[in-house]
Design a protein around this ligand. Structure first.
Ligand SMILES: Cc1cc2nc3c(=O)[nH]c(=O)nc-3n(C[C@H](O)[C@H](O)[C@H](O)COP(=O)(O)OP(=O)(O)OC[C@H]3O[C@@H](n4cnc5c(N)ncnc54)[C@H](O)[C@@H]3O)c2cc1C
Length: 497
């Protein structure tokens, strides 16, 4: 270790980001004598959405020694094998597709899938819809949990759905057990020294909270990083149009619990459906430039069959983009204060985890610039993948979808990716050249582009000749069906917990 951990760390904010940071920091540096204090306002609530994760969160809970059988029931949590995209394409046969979490067993079928998508891109009539190629899609179609029988020889990757408030409580209790101090105070001012370091947080009662290092988890305002230190915010509004959301729950489906999130395209955005054990979380993420708040709420109610229901709706604004540098002086921004890419692939908590874990290792190595560059690249890498969903959408029914499809504000990386795909080049090799698989894998990119039916028109494709080695789809169907026999019903498994 080149640099000793800070003696006193102050975290501003007790949302999911604040409590995740508190746990990771206390876990890593508590043994070195670092004292962590988390300050949260009794007057400002947490955002409280953020109910879906990526598979990385499994590593987070494991690193804290929190067992699924312990934390999941406390948070009404369910398993997530991936995401179903519905209605993003009008092309026949491609009205929906499944984005699986990349699992070890999928390496067996990935080559066949990428081979067929390339053949289809170059005009051959072969099967190229992703859903028949990957185990998570098969598990989800049968509502099976991603927990395999003990003798299943492959590791299976999965994420979670959970109640964000309840996860906050579990993480708060765990952080306190690691020695984290919890203060309920409203911070009225951030004191910045002449050398542009944060000196202290001042409560509205005039109390001064001093520290050596400050973690800004204050939400979209970014009270330390943006307001006090004036770090530049880089908006992504030019290529991600959604800036608002309306949220409301529905009762759980009595017939079973889906082990996946659904993302259904609506007129001016998309609606999520996140199944928990006690309710389903729903929200419509939309662009206020295309639909107003009331119309968005009505559209969501209609979509959910709640037109005559008095269930309350919550309206939220989203600030989409990132701060230029996440680590400035003696402050690290984590969570919404640091940036936000809209929730389509539920990546926010994944970035929180990557930020704090990366910070811990790079603080010790004294590599601030390298850390900031890595985090910025991660945001851009994830953003490109999300932007691609909108750019290649195949809906024509509203101006919103037509404008997204015509959007020319694409990064150079995304332009190279799309050119590679449309020219029939080897997309896997392009991804490797661009070194972007660490944000989204080749499997994910192929699923996205193939899933929307981004192929030549039906009139332009011909039956394959001898130049194609046929993929035996029956064999893949059989292999995945046999794999699925090792998994049990999702709802039944959760009820045993
Ligand atoms: C519509 C929507 C859907 C989302 N879906 C997902 C998803 O599916 N998956 C995912 O990973 N993420 C999702 N997110 C993001 C996720 O909600 C956040 O990343 C996560 O909740 C972390 O938020 P936070 O802790 O940074 O901020 P917040 O939850 O806003 O917490 C801010 C904290 O700062 C405190 N605070 C603020 N000002 C002061 C002050 N002056 N003094 C003291 N304390 C103060 C507040 O009291 C609060 O405790 C979604 C976000 C939105 C908007």
């Amino acid at each position: 270790m080149n640099q000793k951990p800070p003696a006193r760390i102050i975290i501003l904010g007790g949302g999911t980001a604040g409590w995740m940071a508190a746990n990771l920091l206390a876990n890593a540096w508590g043994a070195f004598g670092t004292k962590v204090t988390l300050v949260e306002s009794p007057d400002v609530g947490i955002i409280g959405v953020g109910e879906g994760s990526t598979p990385q969160l499994r590593g987070f809970f494991r690193s804290l020694g929190l067992d699924e059988a312990e934390w999941m029931p406390q948070c009404n949590a369910t398993y997530k094998n991936g995401i179903t995209f519905k209605g993003w394409s009008e092309r026949s046969g491609f009205e929906s597709y499944y984005h699986p979490f990349n699992t070890e067993v999928d390496a067996r079928t990935l080559d066949s899938f990428t081979y067929n998508t390339r053949a289809r891109r170059t005009g051959r009539d072969v099967w190229a819809h992703p859903d028949r190629f990957f185990l998570p899609a098969v598990l989800s179609a049968k509502r099976l949990a991603p927990i395999a029988a003990g003798n299943f020889p492959f590791d299976v990757s999965y994420g979670y759905h959970f109640d964000a408030h309840l996860v906050g409580s579990v993480l708060r209790d765990h952080a306190k057990s690691l020695g984290v101090e919890h203060l309920e105070r409203h911070i009225a001012k951030v004191e910045v020294s002449e050398t542009d370091e944060v000196a202290a947080l001042l409560t509205k009662e005039g109390e001064r909270i001093e520290g050596d290092f400050f973690i800004d988890c204050s939400g979209f305002r970014g009270s330390i990083i943006q307001e006090a230190l004036g770090e530049k915010f880089i908006s992504f509004a030019d290529n991600l149009f959604n800036d608002s959301a309306v949220v409301m729950p529905t009762p759980t489906d009595p017939t079973g619990i889906n082990p996946h999130t659904s993302a259904t395209a609506l007129s001016s955005g998309w609606a999520w459906d996140i199944p928990l054990t006690n309710r389903t979380g729903n929200g419509y993420v939309y662009a206020s430039g295309y639909i107003d708040k009331d119309a968005a709420e009505t559209e969501l109610r209609t979509h959910l069959g709640l037109r005559d229901s008095d269930v309350a709706a919550r309206h939220l604004s989203m600030k989409v983009g990132r701060v230029e540098r996440s680590w400035v002086g003696n402050c690290l921004a984590v969570g919404l204060s640091q940036g936000f890419i809209e929730p389509l692939e539920a990546t926010a908590l994944h970035i929180v985890q990557a930020t704090v874990e990366g910070f811990i290792s790079q603080f010790e190595a004294g590599e601030r610039d390298q850390f900031n560059a890595k985090i910025a690249a991660r945001y851009e890498g994830i953003r490109d993948y999300i932007v691609c969903h909108y750019r290649v959408n195949r809906r024509t029914d509203t101006q919103y979808w037509r404008d997204n499809a015509a959007n020319q504000n694409l990064s150079d990386t995304l332009k190279i990716m799309m050119t590679s795909w449309f020219r029939g080049e080897d997309l896997g090799a392009t991804i490797a050249d661009l070194d972007i698989a660490k944000y989204y894998s080749s499997l994910s990119w192929h699923c996205l582009l193939a899933g929307y039916g981004t192929f030549p028109n039906d009139t332009q494709i011909t039956p394959p000749g001898d130049d194609i080695v046929p993929v035996d789809m029956g064999q893949i169907d059989d292999f995945l069906a046999r794999c699925a026999l090792n998994f049990g019903d999702h709802k039944a498994l959760l009820q045993t917990r």
